[in-house]
Design a protein around this ligand. Structure first.
Ligand code: BES
Ligand code: ZN
Length: 634
């Protein structure tokens, strides 16, 4: 028996995407051609988009999404037509309406000549240390500010891309041979159908070096060797582990581009060319997990896609699940190569996977406490013109991971492994919603006589309840226990004012980065439950671990500052606060920037705004606008 809910759309179809104004469900996009030119001097991208469409239900118009675009000409089947650019609706943009004639063929060629404008939210033109540089970020709903499109993850298209630029240029496709007389023109083909949010463009003084037999890393030259070193040990192993778990990598090459600091995310899974923040280049290979994550998107997200941003957990929760499977398997492999027995190595890999899950859980607990409750459900409701960027948080990642981890434990690892292969093969090149996912679980597991188990699961609570998941996971805490114990001892000190003897010489120099983060986050959470914290506590804490004040790893830096600045009630005059404020001007990754300003806002709102005004010009437009919202500036 399948699970029924009042929220499910009409049978057989997936949910309509509320974050688009386009009439995408009336069309099939057979192919999209982009023919673009980058004008660095005017900070614009201009040219043509060519759609090969099939009109599935004799629609009398084509409605596309646009945002801050200038439209010059629209033609249908090579004949210029009149069109309407409807006035802007926030946050969705301006619909472009192209009327069709009743005698227009079912197969349509639609061409639009257009240009981006200064308000484009997908592009950032910057002056990098090596000269002019441009990069895009289209997820979630910014592709419409780069080119007119059906801007929804619900439909996909193959792409031919051509772009002219004075600098080396990359797009999310396979680079094609350059034609000899076409200097400064770059061609790409994407034969695997992709949604609009995966279109990506970057151009600047970039070069490449290999990081594996089917992977190169690109970056500005001064950074290139460091980028190569950071990833070359693990890249191919990651791909092979993922191939064992799911099926062969279909995109031929997995390359990465390390961007200048203002790139607003840790990574973005643009097909064939993952974009990454330079904060990953920490010269210790300790942040390769981001690469495992973006690689996992090659299957999940890029082959099998959420049909609207309401079901974003299907992309990110699954990807975190796979990322942790990959990292666990990598640890097992490394333990085996050091001579551990198969049994112990498998156990160790599992401990590593569970440790990552514990860190995630701690982030989930934090997020649930601070986020608007309506955004803490697994499936979102974005129907009231809610901007998906506003709903974005760790929830789809960690609650989604926990849902899948729970299903794996409940249904058994072996069967779940078979399900992974089945699910990905069934939905590749397609987009789906959460109901279709659960139907597929039922189809698969009823053949294995596991209906009863499925029927006992509270789907409604998992998908729609706010707050923490309905079932609290049991993780293997082997690697976490020392961090918990230490946090507990410090917590006792904070509560009672008496420092326990074991804290006098507690050594944590052997911790790996995630253990520091877990220790700090756990203590931070515990301190939030106290009304009064002993005054000695913070100064003692700072003195006991002086290296925390100097740390360069962004994750640890963020956690330490959150603890010390907030619970120590530090003021804007304190050098710890001013150092932290300076650091916020050197990173553009939203994961650090947004909580950073929220922290400063707790110190003093006017001070937070003052710091933001100093740094804001350096931030990506998406990042800038999110912080403006966080600081109530808009
Ligand atoms: N696809 C996301 C980034 C994203 C999400 C961009 C939503 C725009 C809207 C990417 O795969 C991601 O999750 N990046 C994480 C990496 C981490 C979970 C390892 C990040 O940026 O921190
Ligand atoms: Zn992701």
């Amino acid at each position: 028996m399948k699970w029924e809910t009042a929220k499910r759309p009409s049978l057989g179809s997936s949910e309509l995407d509320p974050s688009t104004q386009s009439n995408y469900s009336n069309f099939r996009v057979v192919n999209t051609g982009l023919d673009l030119k980058i004008e660095f001097s005017e900070k614009k991208v201009l040219g043509f988009v060519n759609f090969e469409l099939e009109n599935l239900s004799s629609s009398d118009r084509i409605v596309l999404d646009t945002s801050y675009l200038e439209i010059f000409e629209v033609s249908v089947n090579k004949t210029p037509v009149s069109y309407e650019l409807v006035s802007r609706v926030e946050p969705l943009g301006s619909a472009l309406v192209v009327p069709l004639k009743s005698n227009d063929s079912k197969k349509l060629h639609l061409q639009i000549k257009y240009s981006t404008t200064a308000k484009c939210t997908a592009l950032q033109f910057i002056e990098a240390s090596t000269g002019p540089y441009l990069f895009s970020q289209c997820q979630a709903i910014h592709a419409r500010s780069l080119y007119p499109c059906f801007d929804t993850p619900a439909i996909k298209s193959t792409f031919d891309m051509k772009v002219s630029s004075p600098y080396p240029t990359l797009m999310s496709g396979r680079p094609q041979e350059k034609y000899a007389d076409d200097k400064d023109v770059y061609y790409f083909s994407q034969p695997i159908p992709i949604p609009s949010y995966l279109v990506a463009l970057a151009s600047g003084d970039i070069e490449k070096l290999p990081i594996g037999p089917r992977s190169d890393v690109y970056s500005e030259k001064f950074n290139l060797k460091d980028c190569q070193w950071e990833f070359e040990k693990d890249m191919e192993t990651f791909i092979q582990i993922a191939e064992d778990l799911i099926f062969d990598y279909e995109w031929l090459k997995f390359d990465a581009l390390v961007l200048p600091p203002s790139f607003p995310y840790g990574g973005m899974e643009n097909p064939n060319i993952t974009f990454a923040t330079p904060t990953l280049i920490s010269k210790d290979r300790l942040q390769v997990k981001v690469m495992a994550h973006e690689l996992a998107h090659s299957w999940l997200g890029n082959l099998v896609t959420n049909c609207s941003w309401e079901h974003f957990w299907l992309n990110e929760g699954w990807t975190v699940y796979l990322e942790r499977r990959i990292l666990g398997a990598l640890s097992t492999k490394e333990a085996l190569s050091k001579g551990m027995t198969q049994e112990n190595a498998t156990k160790y890999g599992e401990q590593v996977r569970n440790f990552a899950a514990i860190i995630g859980w701690s982030g989930l607990v934090d997020t649930v406490k601070t986020l608007k409750p309506e955004f803490t459900s697994l499936v979102w409701n974005l129907k009231d013109k809610i901007d998906p960027d506003d709903a974005f948080s760790r929830i789809p990642y960690e609650k989604g991971f926990n849902f899948l981890f729970f299903l794996e434990k409940t249904l058994g690892l072996e069967d779940f492994n078979d399900f992974i292969k089945y699910y990905f093969a069934k939905f590749k090149y397609q987009s789906l919603d959460s109901y279709q996912f659960i139907d597929t679980l039922h189809d698969f597991f009823s053949k294995r006589n596991k209906d009863e188990i499925l029927d006992s699961i509270n789907w409604e609570a998992w998908l729609f309840s706010e707050g923490l998941p309905p079932v609290t996971p049991q993780f293997d805490t082997t690697l976490a226990d020392e961090c918990y114990q230490l946090a507990e001892s410090w917590f006792k000190f904070a509560k009672s004012g008496a420092k326990l003897p074991e804290l006098e010489n507690s050594v944590i120099s052997h911790y790996e980065p995630n253990q520091h983060a877990l220790f700090l986050d756990t203590l931070n959470n515990q301190l939030s439950t106290l009304e009064n914290i002993s005054t000695d506590f913070i100064s003692n804490f700072i003195e006991t671990y002086p290296f925390y004040a100097e740390v360069t790893n962004g994750e640890i830096k963020a956690s330490w500052n959150a603890l010390v600045i907030h619970h120590g009630k530090l003021t804007p005059e304190n050098p710890i606060v001013t150092n932290f404020a300076d650091w916020l001007g050197t990173v553009g990754r939203m994961k650090f920037v947004r909580p950073g300003y929220i922290l400063l806002k707790k110190v003093n709102k006017d001070y937070a705004i003052k710091v933001f005004k100093v740094h804001q010009a350096k931030y990506h437009p998406i990042c800038r606008s999110m912080v403006q919202k966080d600081l109530d500036l808009v």
